[in-house]
Design a protein around this ligand. Structure first.
Ligand code: NAP
Length: 252
C-alpha cells in the first residue's frame, strides 16, 4: 500500500494562545495533519504542556513556549525558537485573544487598550516577526482568528469588535503586500464557540444565542480548527486575503 503524504508534513506551525480553547484544537489538528507545532501560551504552562503531550502521543513534534503577544521581544524569541528547534516557520496562526466587556459609557481606558493591544497589536507583532523568515523560505501561510463581532458589532464589546475589525483590515493589507512572495494571509471569523472565553456567559444567554443560530447549536473548537488546517495546506494555494465565517449561519 502506498502511504500518501500528510498534507502538512514537513511544515512548522506557531499557534498563539495554543494552550486552550480554539487554539488548542488548532494545534492538535495541525499536528494530526503532520505539522510540527510550537504551542504558545501567556501564563498557563500546565495547559500548554498538556497540548504538547497530546501531540507527542500522536508521534508528532511539539514544544510549548511562553510569550505575551503584546511583547515584541518575546514574540521574536518565540519565532526564533521555532526556527531553531524545527528548522523553519511555515504557518502562523494568530489566535491569542481576550475579552474585557463593558458598555462604552462604563468602559475603562485599560479595558479598551488591553483588548486592542492583545487582539490587534499582538497580531501585528507576530505577523511582523515571521515576514523575513517566510520571505527567505519563499513560502508561508498566516491565518488570523477574528470574530463575527468584527462584522456585526456587539453591545458591550466596542473594544473587542474594533480590534477584530482591525484584524480584517490588517489581513487584507498584508495579503496584498506579500502575495508575490508566496505568502498567503487569511482570516477566520468564528461565531459562538464553546471555550473558557464563552463559559463566562450564563446558560440563559447561551440558550438565547442558540435560538438565533440557523444550525441550532453552539460551535466546537474543532469546527474552526478544520478550516484553519485546510487554509494552511497547499490545497488552499489560490486563496488569500479572505475572511471565512465558521458560525453555524449566525451571519447570513
Ligand atoms: P480562550 O479559551 O480564552 O483561550 C485564550 C488563549 O489565548 C489561551 O491559550 C491564552 O493563554 C491565550 N492568550 C491570552 N492572552 C494572551 C497573550 N497576551 N499572549 C499570548 N497568549 C495569550 O479563548 P478562545 O475562546 O479559544 O478564543 C481564541 C480566539 O478566538 C480569540 O482570538 C478569540 O477572540 C477568538 N474567538 C472566539 C470565539 C468564541 O466564541 N470562543 C468567537 C470568535 C472569536 P493562557 O492559557 O496562557 O492564558
Amino acid at each position: 500500500e502506498v502511504m500518501s503524504k500528510m498534507r502538512l508534513e514537513d511544515k512548522v506551525a506557531v499557534v498563539t494562545g495554543g494552550s486552550r480553547g480554539i487554539g488548542k484544537a488548532i494545534c492538535l489538528e495541525l499536528a494530526r495533519s503532520g505539522a510540527k507545532v510550537l504551542v504558545n501560551y501567556a501564563g498557563n504552562y500546565e495547559a500548554a504542556e498538556q497540548v504538547v503531550e497530546e501531540i507527542k502521543a500522536m508521534g508528532r513534534k511539539a514544544i510549548s513556549f511562553q510569550a505575551n503577544v503584546t511583547n515584541q521581544e518575546e514574540v521574536q524569541q518565540m519565532i526564533n525558537e521555532a526556527i531553531e528547534k524545527f528548522g523553519g516557520i511555515h504557518i502562523l496562526v494568530n489566535n491569542a485573544g481576550i475579552t474585557r466587556d463593558n458598555l462604552l459609557m462604563r468602559m475603562k481606558d485599560e479595558q479598551w487598550s488591553e483588548v486592542i493591544e492583545t487582539n490587534l497589536t499582538g497580531v501585528f507583532n507576530c505577523t511582523k516577526s515571521v515576514v523575513k523568515p517566510m520571505m527567505k523560505q519563499k513560502e508561508g501561510v498566516i491565518i488570523n482568528i477574528t470574530s463575527v463581532v468584527g462584522q456585526t458589532g456587539n453591545a458591550g464589546q466596542v473594544n473587542y469588535a474594533a480590534a477584530k475589525a482591525g484584524v480584517v483590515g490588517l489581513t487584507k493589507s498584508v495579503a496584498k503586500e506579500l502575495a508575490t512572495r508566496n505568502i498567503r494571509v487569511n482570516a477566520v471569523a468564528p461565531g459562538y464557540i464553546t471555550t473558557d472565553m464563552t463559559d463566562k456567559l450564563g446558560e440563559d444567554l447561551k440558550d438565547e444565542i442558540e435560538k438565533n443560530i440557523p444550525l441550532q447549536r453552539l460551535g466546537k473548537p474543532e469546527d474552526v480548527a478544520f478550516l484553519v488546517s485546510f487554509l494552511a495546506s497547499n490545497e488552499a494555494d489560490y486563496i488569500t486575503g479572505q475572511v471565512f465565517n465558521v458560525d453555524g449561519g449566525m451571519v447570513i
